[in-house]
Design a protein around this ligand. Structure first.
Ligand SMILES: Cc1cc2nc3c(=O)[nH]c(=O)nc-3n(C[C@H](O)[C@H](O)[C@H](O)COP(=O)(O)OP(=O)(O)OC[C@H]3O[C@@H](n4cnc5c(N)ncnc54)[C@H](O)[C@@H]3O)c2cc1C
Length: 385
């Protein structure tokens, strides 16, 4: 890519680590829908998942720019950070809004990987994107909250020791604003499963360890409330900018993977007595993907820089996620087309990455909702909902 590479040493180290996890490793997991335990362990031991945690809590405190470089390289190498990217940023809710005791209790363990805090429970079947309509309810009983309800699409729940859970503590109808009355609880999954929490895996078109959660009078100690009761929605929103920028960097990595693979294949594959890449009908989509990816990369870098400078970057984070996910999807489609029939063969990894990168136009936020944000918050167009 033409833009100058940030964090070259980190990138080189990530590439080296990823080389130990080739396509055959991911193909086998994908077939069985199993979790990349060895890959996640290697990333953890190398310290790549704790770069957002300040040094005082055992992380390296390198910041979001380093985190984007790590996830981009993972994806460019053909690996997938979806199994563990949330270990990087979910702790942000505790770091920003937790009390001193909670930070001291949890963050060092998250930093060294002995505690996996990579489940983030927001989405519900009945609410969808309209988070204020969630119904999972935590009622206070003495020094506990008692949680009942249901969540859907909660990824990595079976591979997490802790989960950041958003639930209602006051019914929506009783709140002045619909975004009031929600609270964040830190759920200890090791104690919860079988004692009021049931996890049911959902088989999806990509290997993402995503699940449905059922809460039936799960007791959570009141000391596990993060921040103030009723203010949880704001806490969750504040963490979403980091998440969107990091996911955008994964999309950039995916797009580069597709461009690398398509260029190589187009140079090597001979049909009609010449390399297919000598036909402009094959060249131009690859070149277009490259241009779009470079443009998206600049938007992602701008959002990350604003985030690191402490500037409100809600719009930039959303825009980064939108353009990066569209660049990766265009590149994915281009790469399949360039490969012809081999684009569909498991051993080329293109079809797997194609399925994986499609997710990012729906999760963690869908494209329409980003467009709606830009239309109403930036362009002052009337709200439609
Ligand atoms: C593999 C996977 C992993 C996930 N992991 C997690 C996780 O770990 N934690 C978690 O909390 N959630 C997770 N999610 C949920 C994800 O964030 C949601 O799927 C996503 O935000 C979209 O919400 P929804 O599925 O409820 O779609 P809906 O809200 O039902 O929307 C369906 C479609 O309608 C469109 N739409 C809805 N309303 C409007 C409107 N007013 N105007 C225009 N278009 C509209 C949307 O853009 C979307 O395309 C995951 C999802 C998947 C598929």
């Amino acid at each position: 890519m033409s833009t100058e590479e940030t964090f070259p040493e980190i990138r080189e180290a990530v590439r080296k680590l990823c080389a130990d996890f080739p396509g055959t490793y991911w193909q086998a997991l994908d077939r069985e829908r199993t979790y990349p335990t060895e890959f996640v362990r290697a990333l953890t031991e190398a310290g790549f998942l704790s770069v957002l945690i300040p040094e005082e809590f055992g992380g390296s405190g390198l910041g979001l720019g380093a985190a984007t470089a790590i996830l981009e390289e993972i994806h460019r190498s053909g690996c997938n950070g979806g199994a563990c990217h949330a270990q990087m940023y979910t702790m942000g809710t505790v770091l920003k809004h937790g009390n001193a005791e909670q930070k001291a209790k949890y963050l060092p363990g998250v930093a060294d990987g002995s505690l996996r805090l990579q489940a983030f429970g927001v989405t519900e079947p009945g609410a969808g994107t309209d988070t204020t309509r969630i119904r999972t309810f935590a009622r206070r009983e003495g020094d506990h909250y008692v949680v009942s309800g249901q969540k859907i699409w909660i990824s990595r729940a079976e591979h997490s020791d802790l989960m950041v859970l958003l639930c209602r503590t006051t019914p929506r109808e009783e709140c002045a604003k619909s975004s009031d009355g929600m609270s964040v609880l830190l759920v200890d999954m090791r104690e919860a499963v079988g004692n009021g929490l049931t996890i049911r895996p959902i088989r999806t078109m990509l290997n993402h360890a995503t699940t449905e959660l059922f809460f039936d009078d799960l007791r959570v100690p009141a000391e596990n409330l993060i921040g103030e009761e009723g203010k949880g929605f704001r806490y969750i929103l504040s963490g979403m900018n980091a998440e969107r920028i990091l996911i955008a960097s994964e999309c950039i990595g995916d797009a580069k993977f597709f461009i690398d693979r398509a260029s190589a294949y187009a140079r090597d594959r001979n049909v009609f007595g010449r390399a297919i890449g000598s036909n402009q009908g094959v060249q131009f989509p690859i070149a277009r993907a490259y241009v779009q990816t470079n443009a998206a990369e600049l938007v992602v870098a701008d959002a990350a820089a604003k985030f690191e400078a402490g500037i409100n970057c809600g719009t930039e984070a959303n825009m980064a996620k939108l353009v990066a996910s569209e660049a990766s999807w265009f590149a994915a489609d281009m790469c399949i087309q360039t490969h012809g029939g081999f684009g569909f063969a498991e051993e080329y990894d293109v079809e797997r990455k194609f399925r994986e990168t499609r997710l990012y136009q729906v999760a963690p936020i869908s494209t329409n909702l980003i467009l709606s944000h830009v239309a109403t918050h930036v362009l002052d167009l009337p709200k439609s909902f």
